[in-house]
Design a protein around this ligand. Structure first.
Ligand code: FDA
Length: 307
């Protein structure tokens, strides 16, 4: 199985240096990363809006090592929000953030991450949009949910992500499926031990459906983060059974993956949001995309070898 090896490499500095410098890498990275700067990503946001798509913007970066990097992450999001203000898209352009990029893993990291993310959530609210807290590895989640709860006291529209592969998630879903909440359900992209997570693809899919049902039957706003055609069809069926209208849930997919499906679902009248990652610190994000589909790795290896 290649995925665990790639996910282990995603945490290795040696591999980071090797892969970042390899000729041919950029060509493959460009499939998943929308650009390096805000200026490069703005035309992509406008293009998506023109096609009836919504976006959630991720300034790539995670596992930082100094408080200065954490404040730089905050500032990068504030710069983005300043630029979004001119576009006037409201919630059609929202933000996704990883708390590890805001200092969560450093000493005093819980407070540091909260202090750094709060101004971002505040600035987003000031231009009429929202922020969603991404889910990282399982050791970070109690802190993430506590920060989510704290932010929701002032900004109840702040969203969070739950991962179907974790045993804990059905319980988290029940707690979160309350009025006013915004919850993205995904399969889960990190290397997790068998003590906390399902390892088998079929088990993860079954858990995804159980959790989706909790969210659809609840009072919150479910955000279905998946490219899996079977899960998308099941989501539509569960939404119909729960009596939800088309604007009472949304689909989300990643930039560069199944782009035709983005447009098809939007054309059917669904809310479709494209998770659009940009920036220079793309290594961890890119490696998780390689791990999700072995064919990506072959394509990547070929592009390195032919350079
Ligand atoms: P699955 O992996 O079964 O893929 C279904 C089909 O989609 C594949 O057969 C293939 O055609 C296509 N596909 C999927 N991934 C691909 C790839 N990398 N390259 C090419 N094709 C691919 N995870 C997490 O742990 N925390 C988070 O916060 C998030 N956030 C997030 C936001 C959004 C909007 C999405 C869509 C996903 C995430 N994820 C995530 C990632 C998620 O956990 C999961 O790893 C991927 O979505 C892949 O799972 P699928 O549900 O797409 O199914």
């Amino acid at each position: 199985m290649l995925a665990p090896v790639i996910l282990a490499a995603s945490r290795s500095d040696k591999m980071r240096r090797f892969i970042s410098a390899a000729p041919g890498t950029k060509q493959v990275v460009d499939r998943f990363i929308a650009g390096e700067t805000v200026e490069q990503v703005v035309p992509i946001i406008k293009d998506a809006a023109g096609k009836g798509l919504e976006v959630t913007l991720d300034v790539v970066g995670e596992d930082i090592t100094t408080p200065e990097q954490a404040t730089a992450a905050r500032d990068a999001y504030l710069e983005l929000i300043d630029r979004l203000k001119d576009l006037g898209l409201g919630t059609r352009a929202e933000m996704s953030v990883k708390l590890s990029m805001f200092g969560q893993a450093l000493e005093g990291g819980h407070e540091m991450a909260l202090a750094n993310v709060r101004p971002v959530v505040e600035a987003a609210a000031a231009i009429g949009t929202t922020v969603t807290l991404d889910a990282e590895d399982h050791t970070t989640l109690d802190s993430m949910f506590a920060i989510h709860e704290e932010l929701r006291k002032d900004y109840p529209q702040t969203g969070c992500v739950i991962q179907a592969y974790l045993f804990r998630t059905e319980e988290d879903a029940r707690r979160l499926a309350a009025a006013g909440s915004r919850v993205r359900i995904v399969k889960g992209a990190y290397k997790e031990p068998a003590s906390v997570a399902y390892q088998d693809k079929a088990e993860i899919d079954k858990a995804y459906v159980r959790i989706l049902k909790i969210l659809m039957d609840g009072e919150g706003y479910p955000m279905i983060g998946s490219h899996d055609p079977r899960l998308i069809a099941i989501s539509q069926e569960l939404a119909r059974k729960a009596g939800r209208k088309l604007d009472e849930y949304e689909f989300q997919m990643l930039y560069g993956i199944r782009s035709d499906e983005h447009v098809r679902l939007a054309a059917e009248g669904h809310r479709m949001r494209v998770y659009t990652a940009y920036g220079t610190d793309w290594y961890g994000y890119f490696m998780r995309r390689l791990a999700e589909k072995p064919a990506n790795l072959l394509f990547f290896a070929r592009s390195i070898l032919t350079k």
